[in-house]
Unconditional design. Structure first.
Length: 320
C-alpha cells in the first residue's frame, strides 16, 4: 500500500513540474489552459474512477489537445507534449493523482506568476512625457481602470476622491494652457484630474457605515457612537485636508500602476493653475486638486532613457 501511495505521489510531483515548465513557455495562454485543466479535473474527479479504457481515452485526449495547440502555436508545446505523453503512459489507475498534481501545479505557478507580474508593473511604471496622439484611449478602458483603482485604502473607507476625465481635444487644449502649456496634456489619450474631497466625512460616512451594518462589521446600535468618533477626527481643517489628499494620492497611485498593467503609460502633473482649473471644470472650493494624471500610449519613435537615480533603503530608512 505504502509503495503504491509513494508511486502516486511521484506521478503527482511529475505533473506539477511539467506544468511549471509549461507556464514558463506559454505565459500568454495561461488563463485558457488553467480553465481547461480545471474543467478536466472536475469532470474526472466528480464520479467513480474511470475504467482503464476510459483512462486511456482521457490521457490521449489531453495529449491530442496539446498536439493541436502545438500545430497552431508553431511548436511551442513540443517539450510539454513529450513530457505529458511520458507521464500519461504511466497513468493506469493513477490518473486522479496526475490530474490533481496538474491542478496543484497550476495553482502554485499562477500564484508565483501573479507575484512577478505585480513587481513588474510597479517597477516598469515610468513618468512618460511623450504620448502618441494618434492612439486613442477608450472611455470604457479609463472607466475600468478607475473602478479598479477605487480599491485603494482610505481612512474609515471614506474614499475622499473624485475624478474628472478630460478626453476631448478641445478641452485638452484648454487644459494644456492651464498646465502651463505642457504638450503631454494635449497628446495624452486622457487626463484624469484627481480631486480630494474635504467634505467626504459629511457626504460619505452615512452610506459607508450602512454598508458595514449590512455586511455585519457593526450593529445598528454601534453606528451612532462610531459616527461621532469618525466625525471628530475630521473637525480640524488641516486634518481634513491632510486626510483627503493622502487617500486621494493612494487612489492615484493605483491608477498609474493599473494603467501600466493595461499597456498604457502615465505622468502625474503638479504644474497647473488650480484656481483656473477649478473654474474650467466647475470644481467647488471645498475640493483640492493634488494632481492630474496624463494617460495614454507612448510615442514609440521616442527613446525612453534609463530610470533616474532612486534612493536605497540604507539612504532613506532605518529599522528600530
Amino acid at each position: 500500500m505504502a509503495e503504491k501511495e509513494e508511486k502516486e505521489k511521484d506521478l503527482r510531483e511529475e505533473a506539477r513540474e511539467i506544468f511549471r515548465k509549461f507556464y514558463e513557455r506559454s505565459k500568454d495562454i495561461q488563463k485558457a489552459t488553467t480553465e481547461t485543466v480545471k474543467e478536466i479535473t472536475e469532470k474526472t474527479l466528480k464520479g467513480a474512477q474511470p475504467t482503464k479504457e476510459k483512462l486511456k481515452e482521457i490521457t490521449e485526449g489531453i495529449a491530442q489537445g496539446i498536439q493541436e495547440a502545438t500545430t497552431r502555436m508553431g511548436g511551442r508545446f513540443e517539450g510539454v507534449l513529450k513530457s505529458l505523453q511520458d507521464l500519461t503512459s504511466k497513468a493506469s489507475s493513477s490518473l486522479k493523482e496526475i490530474l490533481t498534481g496538474v491542478k496543484e501545479g497550476f495553482e502554485e505557478v499562477t500564484k508565483e506568476e501573479r507575484s512577478r507580474e505585480c513587481v513588474r508593473f510597479v517597477t516598469e511604471r515610468r513618468s512618460i512625457t511623450y504620448f502618441d496622439p494618434k492612439k486613442e484611449v477608450t472611455e470604457d478602458l479609463v472607466k475600468e481602470i478607475i473602478n479598479l483603482a477605487t480599491t485603494a485604502p482610505s481612512g474609515w473607507n471614506l474614499q475622499p476622491w473624485e475624478v474628472v476625465v478630460v478626453m476631448s481635444r478641445e478641452k485638452k487644449k484648454r487644459l494644456m494652457e492651464i498646465c502651463y502649456n505642457q504638450r503631454k496634456v494635449l497628446d495624452a489619450g486622457a487626463n484624469i484630474v484627481i480631486i480630494a474631497n474635504t467634505k467626504a466625512h459629511e457626504e460619505h460616512l452615512d452610506r459607508v457605515l450602512d454598508s458595514w451594518i449590512e455586511l455585519g462589521y457593526i450593529s445598528q446600535r454601534q453606528k451612532k457612537k462610531l459616527m461621532e468618533d469618525i466625525l471628530s477626527g475630521w473637525q480640524s481643517p488641516e486634518k481634513r485636508k491632510r486626510k483627503a489628499i493622502r487617500d486621494s494620492a493612494l487612489f492615484a497611485m493605483n491608477i498609474m500602476i493599473l494603467a501600466r498593467m493595461y499597456g498604457l503609460e502615465t505622468h502625474p502633473i503638479e504644474g497647473f493653475d488650480e484656481a483656473k482649473l477649478k473654474r474650467f471644470l466647475g470644481i467647488s472650493k471645498d475640493r483640492i486638486v493634488p494632481m492630474i494624471i496624463s494617460l495614454g500610449y507612448p510615442d514609440q519613435s521616442k527613446k525612453l532613457l534609463p530610470r533616474a537615480y532612486r534612493f536605497s533603503f540604507e539612504e532613506i530608512g532605518q529599522i528600530v
